[in-house]
Design a binder for this molecule. Structure first.
Ligand SMILES: Cc1cc2nc3c(=O)[nH]c(=O)nc-3n(C[C@H](O)[C@H](O)[C@H](O)COP(=O)(O)O)c2cc1C
Length: 171
């Protein structure tokens, strides 16, 4: 039987964002219930902007997930139950262009009330509605070493700022 998930308010989140995103990692998923893609990410932020609870993710343009993030109104950030590191490794190593990540990992897709995809294996889901997106500009970097370290190929991330429209946890 599938797990029951309940909604919690963003201000009820108890997690430390540095550990949650930077150490635990997450799956960024975008697309429709029938056609979606997911990738592992360890860069992101959670906070307040424009008086709204927001979460950001950063996607390089060569990712297959980028195409889905561009064409979707929403994206989800999925944090998996402990013991699923192999799933995160797989989704961070292979592209959905040449591997079926669902078959390859055993991820079990589920859908939010809005029809956005998350997974049975989640311990937390953050569902976001895109508000703003832009790509980092080379000219705007104030510390040039950041470019050399992170963008030797000048493949600057696009960042997506999304309003957190729901947070889900297993009941
Ligand atoms: C731990 C980890 C963190 C990652 N974080 C990001 C990230 O924040 N942004 C990004 O664009 N790629 C990130 N990646 C790389 C993508 O997950 C990887 O390129 C993936 O294969 C893309 O899949 P796709 O082509 O199906 O979108 C990360 C990979 C790993 C292993």
């Amino acid at each position: 039987m599938s797990k029951e998930f309940i909604k919690i308010a963003p201000d009820q989140l108890k997690e430390n964002a540095f550990n949650l995103i930077g150490e635990e990692w997450m799956l960024v998923t975008a697309g429709t219930a029938e056609n979606f893609n997911t990738m592992t990410a360890s860069w992101g932020t959670i906070g307040i902007l424009w008086h709204l609870p927001v979460a950001m993710c950063f996607i390089r343009p060569q990712r297959y997930t980028f195409e889905y993030a561009e064409s979707s109104e929403f994206y989800t950030l999925s944090f998996l139950e402990p013991g699923n590191r192999d799933i995160l490794q797989f989704c961070g190593k292979h592209s959905g262009r040449d591997k079926d990540k669902i078959k390859g990992t055993g991820l079990i897709p589920r859908h939010t009330d809005l029809g956005n995809v998350y997974y049975e294996q989640c311990r937390l889901v953050i569902e976001c509605k895109k508000l703003y997106a832009d790509r980092f500009n080379e000219e705007s970097f104030l510390i040039p070493e950041l470019i050399g370290k992170n963008y030797p190929k000048k493949d600057f991330h696009k960042f997506y700022i999304g309003e957190i429209v729901s947070c889900l946890r297993p009941a």
